[in-house]
Design a protein around this ligand. Structure first.
Ligand SMILES: NC(=O)c1ccc[n+]([C@@H]2O[C@H](COP(=O)([O-])OP(=O)(O)OC[C@H]3O[C@@H](n4cnc5c(N)ncnc54)[C@H](O)[C@@H]3O)[C@@H](O)[C@H]2O)c1
Length: 676
């Protein structure tokens, strides 16, 4: 009996761990647009959870990610309820499961002779567009399926989306369901531009499209070209349809962008042929695709089949698998990150995957190693998808050597002499001692990098020697280095030493955001560093900010705010910043759109709309910014004032709905004159 109990406990814990891990990846994917793992790996985790929940119904829960749609809602947007919920789709990567779907449907709908519609599965973000009497009125993201974010203003920047539908035969109201995406060409263009301005690249078109759609300023959205494809409907009032394929035909007639090719297939064998045809064609489409969607064409049969809490029973997506290869895992090494995070890495017998040679793959963390039971000397399946780093998918257990034993993560850290601890509530381990030489090296390399202080000539090899010889124990020591000390390093000429001293000296003038990013504060990348620099202007003000001040900034989440406050509370970090300022003489000021925190509008967010009697919008914007205010493009709960001129439209309505204070030109000028 007691044995049963402990087995139950183990399973319960396993399920809980898996749910937490899935929730973490959902957040990374949907809210931060920075997935760590491939979609296929994510789907495998969900499947594993589904199987466990089916086997142990005791632990099933309506809150489980297997029953709920992943949530994309974010701060700064108004939430809108969908008239008809937006669901997910069941998915499979395997042909026999696709045929099982057909069998299940036939069991559910006896006598069914299915006609399937096979459509490309666009890899973007789901969107619901409301048209009233042929006029576009609102765009809402999927959100949690029941309610999503109102992104109407951002969606209006999409040129290919008509404001008015063509023709004159429209329903009174229709929710059109589609997918927002970015073309590969536009993705490449933006990344190239970012590289030229020394900004980090985006990972893939989906992440970039998703980050763009959730920008609070439609002007930024307009600079990045988003596109849209429509394929389905939610609520319809005043028009009747009988088949799914009618939507595609009608959307084209209305001038809405649709998928260029759909297949109508009788029976699952023909549907499978269509899937194969689609796979051969899909790279020619303008949008990224990650699979095919099979839907019953007959709408009355769709209704009869119904849906689960997460997905319809009458449709399924077949996803095209990422490329995989089998190879030998020689050794598991531990990589030290700049924040002291310890990541296990699989050192592999080099193998060719998707045109590149792969010799290392991430194992993510201790829990992942345990979950997959990956051991040194195992034969493993490795996968590379898109631009995501290669990952070990599973072990080929039949090829496992008899004498192998499970990998002991903690034991390996002890062997390596790492003083480390598991970060509370996370799967990550982090070094406790900040003076670990490898961590110090990573910190200095990061500090000197192009994305941070941009110190030319301070490469990995020099850093290694500086640390080994004890010349640099902290980044602040770099500024005390003399040319003679540097000239003493191996293979380092006098001229290079002088150049390096000069480059280090120049970096004293670097903008504050480079210093913030260079410090290597966990979770704070270059983009966040820029936001912080432009908001606070000086390091002194930033270090005094409270968690609430920080979290109130658009683009700084609560976890980032906590991380900053933790960093500035640690004595060693305060001392580092003091030395950088007082001894090394770093300027630590920002010339990014400087913030006036004493002006009458300091800390306030304003939106301009309509025509003002005697000021252009640009003039008004400049005056507001000079007074310390910020001007954004759309009204949200964070807006303090709406400045409304003549012919103010939907923004005025929205401001009234949200109880945002409304100013006319006179009232604005009165506030501005308070400060002069
Ligand atoms: N890599 C990660 O860390 C990570 C994390 C979370 C989710 N994900 C990915 O997201 C998926 C879950 O997201 P999901 O619930 O949106 O499921 P999904 O993307 O697999 O399928 C449902 C969605 O497909 C879209 N779609 C595209 N073309 C369509 C068409 N022709 N007809 C109908 N719908 C179409 C719709 O937006 C719909 O909401 C996972 O399966 C995984 O692939 C990845």
């Amino acid at each position: 009996m007691s044995e049963m109990k402990s087995e139950d406990q183990d399973i319960g814990q396993q399920i809980e761990r898996l749910r937490n891990e899935i929730a973490r990846h959902e957040r990374l994917y949907r809210k931060e647009n920075q997935p760590e793992i491939s979609d296929q790996e994510f789907d495998r985790m969900v499947k594993e959870l589904e199987e466990l929940e089916a086997q142990y119904p005791l632990f099933s829960s309506s809150e489980s990610p297997t029953r709920k749609v992943g949530d994309d809602r974010s701060k700064g947007f108004i939430t809108v309820r969908h008239r008809v919920p937006m669901q997910s789709l069941d998915n499979t990567y395997n042909q026999s499961e696709l045929f099982d779907f057909d069998t299940r449907l036939k069991r559910l709908l006896p006598g069914l002779q299915p006609v399937y519609l096979v459509e490309p599965k666009i890899d973007g973000l789901a969107i619901s567009l409301t048209y009233e009497k042929g006029r576009f009125v609102q765009a809402v993201t999927r959100g949690n399926g029941e309610e999503g974010d109102d992104v109407t203003e951002n969606v209006r920047t999409i040129h290919s989306l008509p404001d008015r539908l063509k023709g004159d035969d429209f329903p009174d109201l229709i929710e059109i369901r589609g997918e927002i995406y970015m073309t590969r060409k536009e993705f490449k263009r933006i990344n190239k531009e970012r590289e030229a301005s020394d900004l980090p690249r985006f990972m893939n078109p989906r992440n970039l499209a998703s980050g763009t759609l959730k920008q609070l300023d439609p002007a930024v959205v307009a600079q990045r070209k988003l596109e849209i494809v429509c394929y389905g409907v939610g609520e319809i009032r005043g028009m009747t349809f009988h088949h799914q394929h009618e939507f595609n035909e009608l959307f084209s007639a209305w001038g809405l962008p649709t998928v260029e090719r759909v297949w109508q297939a009788e029976g699952i064998e023909n549907a499978w042929k269509a899937v194969e045809e689609l796979d051969a064609l899909r790279l020619e489409f303008a949008y990224p695709t990650d699979g095919a969607v099979l839907k019953l064409d007959d709408l009355s049969l769709q209704q009869e089949a119904g849906s689960t809490s997460k997905a319809p029973r009458w449709a399924i997506s077949y996803k095209f698998a990422a490329e995989q290869a089998e190879t030998l895992l020689r050794e598991i090494t531990i990589q030290i990150g700049r924040t002291g995070n310890l990541t296990p890495v699989a050192e592999l017998e080099p193998v060719e995957i998707a045109g590149t040679t792969v010799s290392r793959a991430t194992l993510h963390n201790e829990d992942e190693i345990r979950r997959k039971d990956v051991r040194e000397g195992d034969t493993v399946i490795v996968e590379k998808a898109g631009e995501i780093i290669p990952a070990v998918v599973r072990v080929v257990t039949e090829k496992r050597k008899k004498d192998s034993s499970p990998f002991d993560f903690k034991g390996r850290l002890d062997e390596l002499g790492f003083e480390a601890e598991r970060v509370p509530g996370q799967a990550a381990w982090r070094l406790r001692a900040s003076d670990n030489p490898v961590r110090l090296r990573r910190q200095i390399e990061h500090f000197a990098g192009r994305q941070a202080m941009d110190i030319d000539g301070l490469g990995k090899e020099i850093v290694r020697q500086l640390v080994e010889r004890g010349l640099v124990r902290d980044v602040a020591d770099l500024y005390g280095l003399g040319a003679d000390e540097l000239a003493g390093l191996d293979k380092f000429a006098e001229k290079s030493a002088n150049n390096l001293v000069a480059a280090i000296a120049t970096s004293r003038e670097a903008d504050l955001w480079r210093v913030i990013h260079g410090l290597g504060i966990p979770m704070i990348g270059a983009e966040a560093a820029k936001l912080l620099a432009s908001t606070f202007g000086t390091m002194e003000r930033l270090t005094k900010a409270s968690t609430e001040d920080l979290a109130a900034i658009d683009g700084i989440g609560p976890k980032m705010a906590d991380s900053l406050v933790d960093y500035f509370n640690e004595d060693a970090n305060r001392e580092r910043i003091r030395r950088l300022f007082q001894e090394a003489g770093l300027k630590m000021e920002s010339s990014l759109e400087r913030h006036n925190d004493e002006g009458p509008l300091s800390g306030k967010t304003l939106v301009l709309t309509g025509t003002l009697p005697s000021m252009t919008r640009d003039e008004a914007k400049a005056k507001i910014e000079k007074a310390g205010g910020k001007v954004t493009g759309s009204v949200s709960r964070k807006t303090d004032f709406l400045v409304a001129g003549a012919e103010a439209g939907s923004k005025l309505e929205k401001a009234r709905k949200l109880d945002v204070a409304i100013l006319d030109q006179e009232a604005l000028l009165a506030i501005l004159s308070d400060g002069s």
